[in-house]
Structure formats: structure tokens, C-alpha cells
Write a protein that binds this ligand. Structure first.
Ligand code: UDP
Length: 387
């Protein structure tokens, strides 16, 4: 069969590879002039630093098959994400704290020397609002589990900046991404496998795409009319974009990166969050610290600002409020009425997906497609439901 994958990010590359290995002829197109989607990495010519061009990506997973998959294409170096936050403590002065909220954060914040059980009792009995039984919103979730002081220092301002909305308007699920620990473990993720690709994500994705059955066309804008030239299309661009935004635009937050360079070590860590609303950016990332096995004199940093995406901006975080979910349902209906196209990945399913989940879903979609083919059935519009 002739297969078209629209998008040379993780989703398109993994599906393309799987189908090429199964003997299909695969074409992968991407409007950008590089592969890798938003995971794209590029070595800065001046400093030699590997830059995460569209913002930082840290690979973490509990999925052994996905971990094995990425390691097949690129050597992964050990990397633990240790995030700091600059915010105002109880004294009203700015201080640097450890994230995610852990025993060090709690002891520093409250000027105490509690052991794990003492800290747990202190948060539960003196901080948390345990009258909230079933937290629905981000704010309720934070008040229920850490209480007002920590919520206001670390989550409220950051979240207003990141989402442009008050935490009482956001779902609890966003905060559930972040753990609270009553020990000194400051690893941002609790997944079993974590690491960074030695030569960056783009090198890895280029290797996934490097197969005699795959032809890659970069700088190539996909037009819907081209779908007819192929037996099947896997589309990983924006779902509303596929339909020419005919029903309206799905809301996204976009990011602006203010890039600057520095001689030496600018902040001493890869990610410094800014919890206060008064600081206009959410965080500063210093890219050389994402590759601690390398050494560079110069440094490349990004100051990160979040705002509502306008037409033409790069979509990053799907907003997924009630209004967006209604529009999404209407687009899902259109997609389901479209023959010969499967919608995959972050943008085409309008979900915030970590890289490992994107790969898992891409493998499942490719396998699902082959099963359908064997059974003589048409492949569905979605293998992973967007709603
Ligand atoms: N968050 C916060 N303060 C922080 C870091 C995160 O309030 O210092 C909130 C914020 O709303 C964010 C969510 O927790 O959107 C999830 O954080 P994560 O670090 O997973 O965000 P991502 O890396 O996906 O942008």
C-alpha cells in the first residue's frame, strides 16, 4: 500500500517506520524544514550547546517497550529532571526552592526540620483543607493536598501565567501531573526509565525515518486533496487545520521564547520556575544542563512566556475547557466521516501528550492499522479517543 504520514514528529515517524518495516511504501511530509516536530533539537553554532528549539523535552516512561524502542535508535544518557522554583517565601523575600514540593521545600518554606511523618502530619493537620472531599478544580486539588501557603507560592501565580486563567477554572488533572513528596527525592518524574538522547531528539527521529521504505519530504505543506493519491493517510497535524478551521479554531496556549546567551553558567540548573505572577515569564531553561555529559563555556537560555495562540502561532498546550471540548466533539464527528484518514498524536487528537505516550499510541495505531488490513476492514479515524 501507499501510505502518507503527515508530520515528521514522533507520531508520524514511528507509524511510518512500523508500516515500512511491514512492507508498505511510506511518504512522510512536514511543512517545517526539519524532522522532529516540537521535540526538535539543534546544536547552536556559536556555543555548541544542543538547543531544545521548541522548549525542553525530557524523556521519561514506565513503558518498557517504548524505552526499548527509543534506545534502539539513539543512545540515552542518564538524566534526572531537578527543577527549582524562585518565589516568595513566608518572609516575603524571594528564595530558591526545590520542586516538586518535597521535604526540603516544606522544611525550607516553613523554617522547620521535620522528619517525613512530622511533615506529613503538619501538612494534613495544619495546612491542607481536608473539608474538600472530591477536588474538581486545580485550586481545590492544591488546597486539599498542600494548603494555601504552598499553593500561593508555587502554583497559583505560575498557573495563571501558564494558562491565562485562574486555577479555580482549571481541572484538577493538570496539578495531578505533579507529585508532593514527604522525603528528599527531588526527581520531577517518578518513572522508572528517564534519560536524554545523546545526540538530541532530531537525530533519533531521523534514524527512525531512515528506512528504504520511507521517503521524507520536508518543507512540504500538505493539502487535503493529496490524500486521494494514497491508500491511507496518517495525519498528525492540528485536527481543526485538517478541515480548514471550517467550524472555528480549537484553543491553544502558545509559548514565546526569549533567547539569550551567557558566558559560563547562567543559573546552575536546567529549569528554574518562577512561581510569582509579578514575574512575567513562567521559567528560564538553560539548555546545556539538559546534556550534563557535555561541557561548553557558552550557554543558551530561554525565557519562556505563555499566551493564547493566535492564527499562525505554534500550538502547544490544548486548552480543553468546556467550550473547546464542544468544538472538539464537532471536529471528531467530521474526522469520523472522513474515509482513509487516521488522526494521531498530540495535535490531531488535541491532547497534551508526553513523548512516551505519543510513541505508545503510534505503535498501537500502526499495529491496529495492520490488523484492520488483515481483517479486510477500514481503519478507524482514531485509535486513541480525543474525548
Ligand atoms: N505548575 C505550577 N508551578 C510550577 C510547575 C507547574 O503551578 O512550578 C503547574 C502548572 O499549572 C502546569 C502544571 O502544574 O501547567 C503541570 O506542570 P508540568 O511541569 O507538568 O508542566 P509542563 O512541563 O508540561 O509544561
Amino acid at each position: 500500500m501507499n501510505i502518507l504520514c503527515v508530520g515528521a514528529g514522533l507520531s508520524g515517524a514511528v507509524i511510518g517506520r512500523h508500516l515500512a518495516e511491514a512492507g508498505h511504501a511510506v511518504t512522510v511530509v512536514d511543512s517545517r524544514d526539519h524532522a522532529g516536530g516540537n521535540c526538535h533539537t539543534e546544536r547552536d553554532a556559536e556555543t555548541g550547546v544542543m538547543v531544545h528549539v521548541y522548549g525542553p523535552h525530557i524523556f521519561h516512561t514506565d513503558d518498557a517497550e517504548v524505552w526499548e524502542y527509543v534506545n534502539r535508535f539513539e543512545a540515552f544518557k542518564p538524566y534526572k529532571n531537578r527543577v527549582k522554583s524562585t518565589t516568595r517565601g513566608l518572609s516575603g523575600e524571594q528564595e530558591v526552592f526545590s520542586l516538586p514540593v518535597n521535604l526540603h521545600t516544606i522544611n525550607q518554606f516553613f523554617r522547620k526540620t521535620m522528619r517525613p511523618e512530622e511533615a506529613h502530619d503538619f501538612i494534613v493537620n495544619e495546612q491542607a483543607d481536608t473539608t474538600i472531599e472530591d477536588p474538581q478544580t486545580f485550586e481545590e486539588q492544591a488546597m486539599r493536598f498542600v494548603g494555601r501557603d504552598l499553593y500561593e507560592a508555587f502554583f497559583k501565580g505560575y498557573t495563571v501565567k501558564q494558562w491565562g486563567m485562574h486555577p479555580s477554572e482549571l481541572p484538577a488533572s493538570i496539578l495531578k501531573r505533579l507529585p508532593v513528596r514527604f522525603n528528599y527525592d527531588d526527581n520531577y518524574f517518578f518513572h522508572q526509565f528517564q534519560g536524554m538522547p545523546e545526540n538530541g531528539y532530531t537525530a533519533m527521529i531521523e534514524k527512525i525515518l531512515d528506512h528504504p521504505g520511507i521517503s521524507v519530504r520536508l518543507g512540504t505543506v500538505f493539502e487535503r486533496s493529496q490524500a486521494a493519491e494514497y491508500d491511507h493517510v496518517f495525519y498528525s497535524g492540528p485536527l481543526d487545520g485538517y478541515f480548514g478551521y471550517e467550524l472555528g479554531r480549537l484553543g491553544y496556549r502558545t509559548l514565546d521564547f526569549e533567547r539569550f546567551t551567557h558566558q559560563g553558567d547562567y543559573q546552575g540548573c536546567a529549569v528554574m520556575n518562577y512561581g510569582e505572577e509579578a514575574v512575567p515569564y513562567t521559567r528560564i531553561t538553560e539548555h546545556k544542563h539538559f546534556a550534563p555529559w557535555e561541557s561548553h563555556e557558552g550557554s543558551v537560555c530561554y525565557r519562556e512566556f505563555s499566551r493564547l495562540a493566535e492564527p499562525g502561532d505554534i500550538p502547544y498546550y490544548p486548552i480543553r475547557q468546556v467550550k473547546e471540548k464542544e468544538l472538539l466533539a464537532a471536529y471528531v464527528k467530521l474526522a469520523e466521516e472522513t474515509r482513509g484518514v487516521t488522526f494521531t498524536g498530540r495535535l490531531a487528537t488535541y491532547r497534551y501528550l508526553d513523548m512516551d505516550v505519543t510513541i505508545r499510541e503510534a505503535l498501537d495505531a500502526a499495529r491496529g492499522f495492520l490488523d484492520c488490513q488483515q481483517a479486510g476492514k477500514a481503519a478507524p479515524a482514531f485509535f486513541a479517543a480525543p474525548l
